[in-house]
Ligand binder design. Structure first.
Ligand code: ZN
Ligand code: ZN
Length: 266
């Protein structure tokens, strides 16, 4: 099993030591994992950023790679919070550091952190989704320095609406995004945190993943988005089973930004 979305205390929203994450992954039978800590420039429009020291990050992971080399393969990744006005900075960071894997995620729209909620003020649910997907569309038109798009329907997690909008309402914009990223050789992830957040489905929902598959999408990674040792590898076996049922033959991992395809049957 692979877990390609794991945070550590290099992210401000996690207290997990990297070593504890690795030990949890080994215990749970993970063969390969990737740390993907947060870099979010100007996440709420006031200049404040979530950053970590790249040098320290790389050296800590490299030590763990060496220490655990007989037990698990550890990759070096990052979760880049993407917004239209900071794409050059994100690109520079990816070019200047030898990541194995980059998750491109939207955490903020219209320079507002979705988690903090001001984005949703005076927007009905349709408007919120439409604005989110417009911005995602802009980002993928102007940025290529990533491997997969993170938790593609994150918009469903926030805003205090009664239930997520059905795919029919935003199928056109999602399909447009998929066609573009497939053509560019980019992928998506199945992120199991949606189950943890009691959303009753993954990020993105299985019907969205199905659409991706139908449009020819093949690159898909698995990630728990763990912020604690208990969350490492959470629900990945079910996630993998779902991918198989949808017709995926392979799940991807990444090394030096290149996808490696693993047959799901094995
Ligand atoms: Zn995220
Ligand atoms: Zn994450």
């Amino acid at each position: 099993m692979f877990d390609f979305h794991v945070h550590s205390n290099f992210s401000p929203d996690s207290e997990m030591k990297m070593e504890d994450a690795v030990n949890a992954a080994v215990e749970k039978g993970i063969k390969e994992m990737c740390f993907t800590d947060h870099i979010d420039y100007d996440y709420n429009g006031d200049g404040a950023s979530l950053l970590f020291d790249y040098k320290e990050y790389f050296s800590t992971i490299k030590n763990l790679q060496e220490e655990f080399r007989h037990k698990i393969s550890i990759k070096i990744g990052v979760e880049m919070g993407l917004q239209p006005h900071i794409l050059n900075q994100c690109k520079e960071d990816v070019l200047n550091n030898k990541f194995d894997f980059v998750i491109g995620s939207i955490h903020s729209v219209e320079k507002s952190d979705l988690y903090l909620g001001s984005f949703f003020k005076e927007k009905d649910q349709r408007m919120a989704y439409a604005t989110y997907f417009d911005e995602l569309n802009y980002v993928i038109d102007h940025f290529d320095a990533y491997s997969v798009l993170g938790h593609l329907d994150i918009i469903k997690r926030y805003g205090d609406y009664d239930m997520p909008l059905p795919l029919e309402e935003f199928k056109e914009s999602t399909g447009k995004i998929f066609k573009k990223i497939i053509e560019k050789g980019k992928g998506i992830e199945l992120n199991t945190s949606g189950i943890r957040y009691n959303l009753g489905d993954y990020h993105p929902s299985l019907d969205i993943i199905k659409l991706y598959h139908e449009l020819g999408g093949e690159i898909i990674t698995l990630g728990s988005d763990a912020h604690t040792p208990q969350q490492v590898s959470f629900d990945l076996h079910n996630g993998l089973k779902s991918l198989k049922e949808l017709g995926f033959k392979y799940v991807a991992t990444f090394k030096e930004m290149n996808p490696i395809f693993h047959p799901i049957d094995k």
